[in-house]
Ligand binder design. Structure first.
Ligand SMILES: NC(=O)c1ccc[n+]([C@@H]2O[C@H](COP(=O)([O-])OP(=O)(O)OC[C@H]3O[C@@H](n4cnc5c(N)ncnc54)[C@H](OP(=O)(O)O)[C@@H]3O)[C@@H](O)[C@H]2O)c1
Length: 260
């Protein structure tokens, strides 16, 4: 008996890959979204064999204009009712604002912010009508403070956190669960894509994608709004709330430097 269908973005690697495993193990059918179709097909086969999950693979570049709308239209035409949207796809880039190419920074905003907002809005009406399911958005502990040397990424995650918290409040009493998963440094392709794997922050230690995904899935299932992955990350977020902003800016700038 299926619990419904979960659409998860960024499932070809990392946290999204593991989130797909969590949803499948708990009885959800899946729509898998990312650019690398072979990785999605492999995961679909694995989950079909292990759990009997019905999986639809939707290779798609969410940076393309209209990608979210086209994905929604394809699924609507195919009569696929999406009950849960997991906006996990995202990337970062280390470097000061003036050093990073403008196009890369704008692409980051398109994926981390615009596509996430579009997919949430497009599928929300159906969920509200059926009064089931919800949204799990992946932000970051980066969302709690400004991030010198990674300014656009941190700002994009602050948006995800704020947007998701507001949506959670708006949907109280509708039967939907809305959560924001905030991982700290996690061992995935994110480190090499962003250049963060060479940073002092990542050298302090990373969590596994599986642990982060399981915490996120449990948090969403139990209706928690903000799900910070791991004790150390929860402690770091507490410190941000206690320390003055000027001190936080200095500390984060130092943590985002290359480790020697
Ligand atoms: N790892 C960390 O330390 C960390 C910490 C805090 C928050 N996060 C957040 O966690 C989320 C998942 O990151 P991760 O660590 O699992 O990174 P990852 O291993 O690099 O995975 C990113 C996923 O997003 C997909 N993706 C990237 N660009 C895309 C595009 N244009 N269109 C569609 N899909 C795209 C990638 O697939 P394709 O390349 O196949 O498209 C991949 O499946 C991100 O939102 C990230 O910001 C990560």
């Amino acid at each position: 008996m299926s619990r419904g269908t979960a659409l998860i973005t960024g499932t070809s690697a990392g946290i999204g890959h593991e989130l797909a495993r969590c949803f499948a193990a708990d009885g959800y059918h899946l729509v898998l979204v990312a650019r690398r179709s072979e990785a999605l097909e492999l995961l679909a086969t694995e989950l079909g064999t292990l759990h009997g999950t019905a999986v639809r693979v939707e290779p798609c570049d969410l940076i393309e204009p209209e990608a979210a709308q086209q994905l929604y239209d394809r699924l609507t035409q195919a009569n696929v009712a999406v009950d849960v949207v997991v906006n996990n796809a995202g990337f970062g880039a280390i470097g000061e604002v003036h050093e990073l190419p403008l196009e890369r920074q704008l692409d980051m905003l398109t994926l981390n912010v615009t596509a996430l907002t579009a997919l949430t809005r497009l599928f929300l009406s159906g969920m509200l009508e059926r009064r089931v399911g919800g949204v799990l958005n992946v932000a970051s502990t980066a969302g709690f403070q400004p991030g010198p040397r990674m300014a656009v990424y941190y700002a994009s995650k602050a948006y995800v956190l704020s947007f998701t918290e507001a949506l959670a409040e708006e949907t109280i009493g509708t039967g939907l669960r809305v959560s924001c998963l905030c991982p700290g440094p996690t061992k995935t392709e994110f480190g090499s894509v962003s250049g963060m794997d060479q940073s002092k922050l990542f050298r302090l230690g990373t969590m596994t994608a599986r642990d982060v995904a399981e915490i996120g899935y449990r948090g969403w299932s139990s209706g928690k709004v903000i799900v910070i992955a791991g004790f150390t990350n929860r402690l770091a977020v507490c410190a941000v709330r206690l320390l003055p902003r000027w001190a936080i800016r200095k500390i984060v700038k130092w943590l985002n430097r290359r480790a020697s």
